[in-house]
Design a binder for this molecule. Structure first.
Ligand code: FES
Ligand code: FES
Length: 163
């Protein structure tokens, strides 16, 4: 089994660890680094539960990626933001988290980290996505519980529209 040493910054903290060549980034975050907020479900790029933000340092800035489809070794040298890294240090929720909470946008919560990261990525650098843009981004997320209505209300709140 080939192992590689990789260095990652996760939620502002540097980690150095070894990963097998076949280990996905999502598995690495959960099993090696203990960041279990990132959920793995389909592990085929379909459900969106595993979504994290990743900045590979190439200048394009952070983007939402499916951590089940990326190998940990491919993320070597990158900065990753998981759902654990969104709230402020004092516990103040990210606006996306707050909107999801205000509007009962989750039930079991399994899909929620991916949903929240995708919506948060759309708001990077002060961007103000429309409700339509945010709703379109949800096409890559499967939620088995909410019927999406709470998520849609959260999106309307984020867009500044009445739910
Ligand atoms: S676990 Fe990655 S898309 Fe489903
Ligand atoms: S809240 Fe249960 S899968 Fe979305």
């Amino acid at each position: 089994m080939s192992e590689h040493r990789i260095e990652l910054t996760v939620n502002g903290r540097k980690f150095s660890a070894t990963a097998e060549a076949r280990t996905s980034l999502g598995e690495f975050l959960r099993e090696e680094l203990g960041h279990t907020g990132t959920h793995l479900a389909c592990e085929h790029g379909v459900c969106g539960a595993c979504t994290v933000m990743l900045d590979d340092g190439a200048g394009a800035g952070p983007r939402a990626v499916r951590s089940c489809l990326m190998l940990a070794v491919q993320a070597d040298g990158s900065a990753v933001t998981t759902v654990e890294g969104l709230a402020d240090a004092d516990g103040t929720l990210h606006p996306v988290q707050q909107a999801m909470r205000d509007n009962f946008g989750l039930q079991c919560g399994f899909c929620t980290p991916g949903v929240v990261i995708t919506l948060a990525a759309l708001h990077l650098d002060g961007a103000k996505p429309s409700a339509e843009q945010m709703e379109a981004s949800m096409s890559g997320h499967i939620c088995r519980c909410t019927g999406y209505q709470g998520i849609r209300r959260a999106i309307r709140q984020l867009a500044g529209e009445a739910a």
